[in-house]
Every structure is written in C-alpha cells, then in structure tokens.
Design a binder for this molecule. Sequence first.
Ligand code: SAM
Length: 286
Amino acid sequence: MKAEYREDICAGWDQVFSIDEPLYETKTDHQHLIIFKNRYCGRVLALDGVVQTTEADEFIYHEMMAHVPILAHGGVRRVLIIGGGDGGLLREVLRHREIQRVVQVEIDLSVIDLCRRYLPNHSQGAFDDPRVAVVIDDGMHFLQHTDARFDVILTDSTDPEGPAEVLFSERYYAACRRCLAPGGILVTQNGVAFLQLDEVRMSATYFSRLFRDWHFFNAAVPTYVGGTMTFGWASDNPHLRQIDGETLGARFARSGITARYYTPELHRAAFALPQYILDAIGKPKG
Ligand code: SAM
C-alpha cells in the first residue's frame, strides 16, 4: 500500500498527501516532525500533525508576510522573526537590501537544522547571511528579556497549541508592542479564519486593547485548506495600513524584488475582508 500523510483538519475532514519519498521523521525536544516528498507539492514539512509549509505554495505565505509590512513601513532596518524555522520567511525578509539586522527566535533548533538539510529551497542560504542572528529560545521568553527594538516583528508560528500557545496571548502581543520601535508593525500568523475564527476573534480583542491601529489581511495558500489564511496586523501608526498604491509601487520597484505572488495591488486588496470575518472582529463596516 502507498504511504500517506493524513492531516486532521477538523472532525470529519482530513487532507491526505501521498508520501512519494519519505525524507525524515523524528520526535524533537518540542514536537513531532516529518519531512516527505509529494509529487505535486514537492517537499512538505509537518509538525505535530499539522502541515507547516510545502515547496509548491510556500512563496505565497512568505512573500505576503514579509513584503506587506516591510513595504508599508518604508524604512525598515531591524526585523524580529519569532518561529519560522524552515527559513522561508527569513529568505524573503533578507531580499530587502536596506535591512541591516534580522533576529530570528526559534524554539526548536531541530526544525532549523532539518529544514536546512531537507528543505534547502526554503532558506536558500539565508541562515548564513551576516545580517542574521539566530536565537534558540521561546519567543515569549526572548521578548520579555530583550532591550532590542524592531521596526517589524513577524510571528511565523505553529498554531496555538503546545509551544506556540503563548504566541497568541495578550501578554505576548503586549511584549511585542514594547519591543517595536515607534511606528513599528507586528504581523502574525492567525490561521485559516473560516476554521479558526475564534483565534482571529481573540487576537482582535487583544490587538484592540494594545494598539492604535489593527486589522487583518489575507491570502489563499492552497495547502492551508479551508479558505484564506489570515495575517494579523497591529501598529500604533494607522497611516501604514493606508499607503497608496503609487507609493507601494515605487517602493516595490526600488526594492528590485521579483515576486511570484506579491504585487502592490494585491497588498492593498488583501486588507479587504469578507463580512463574516469583519463581524467576528467587531468591525462590521470594514
Ligand atoms: N508557516 C507555518 C504556518 O503558518 O503554520 C509556520 C512554519 S514555522 C516551521 C513554525 C515554527 O514556530 C516552528 O518551527 C516552531 O518550532 C516555532 N515555534 C512554535 N512555538 C514557538 C515559540 N514559543 N517560540 C519560538 N518559536 C516557536
């Protein structure tokens, strides 16, 4: 019988991949990890039963998580990534030449090591960039103890269970706010809203207590099944969410980045949310 990887999306609904080539499976100090090859999706990483990233569609998530806040800000020098052990987000962040420093705080060294080895197309050497400092720590612990300030903080985490649960808490968002430079932006992985609406609702409640401006933007990532992927956005500068298309276009052209998903038009459109999400976050008028 052909080997399969079955992801339990919710009761009565699974996503099944054929394992065309098993690459690695282990129990790390923090989570169960499997990397395998699927003929359509390429190499796939799953942690604790949840698909994290695939070679076929990772560009959508990573481009949107990196380029939307960095181009909206327009002057980013220092970035903090929490999680993101596969290195795909780090790769996209580093494509912005003006960025001087990226600190990546990942709780599980095994994810970084195994992804560098079995998923090298994600990081493409990013971990060797001299602008990068990798810290092996819990993101919450790091934020509570650092004096550093960042223009952009990106939470590229697993879902709110196990080690990542704390990364969806009010005290985590408060710690992020403390570590943002004036006018800084926090962007978070907030799940597939159709299936994880309570998580979006909860983050919205916490953002609204902590930040002057907050919202969500979305992108359809095929292997995060169940609808569009939701990214949280929080900042004390409301202007950054309203940057006009001309300015974004000029910044994007200046960056010299060739993207496969991101466009300045999509950037602006991504903040338009379906009514059921607007209702859930208490912004019925958008
Ligand atoms: N893009 C993926 C998604 O949306 O599901 C996330 C990919 S990335 C591999 C997630 C990483 O978050 C994992 O490597 C995991 O070890 C890390 N992580 C989970 N909890 C963490 C914590 N408290 N501090 C730092 N990293 C954490």
